[in-house]
Design a protein around this ligand. Sequence first.
Ligand code: F3S
Length: 62
Amino acid sequence: MKGFVDKDTCIGCGLCPSLCPEIFEMDDDGKAVAKNVEIPEDIVDSAKEAEESCPVEAITVE
Ligand code: F3S
């Protein structure tokens, strides 16, 4: 399972790195990026929470 951020949709609200810093971080241009790593089992819940909490639905976790 991996996280993906649609940078064209992200408005840079900063929620996802605060909910799941293991996977999401802010880029230099103020948009979120997902680390290109397999999401560890114990992190999946917070990654899913970030996906569900993003106000513009820019995140996919699959
Ligand atoms: Fe962007 Fe959504 Fe994260 S707006 S900063 S992808 S919570």
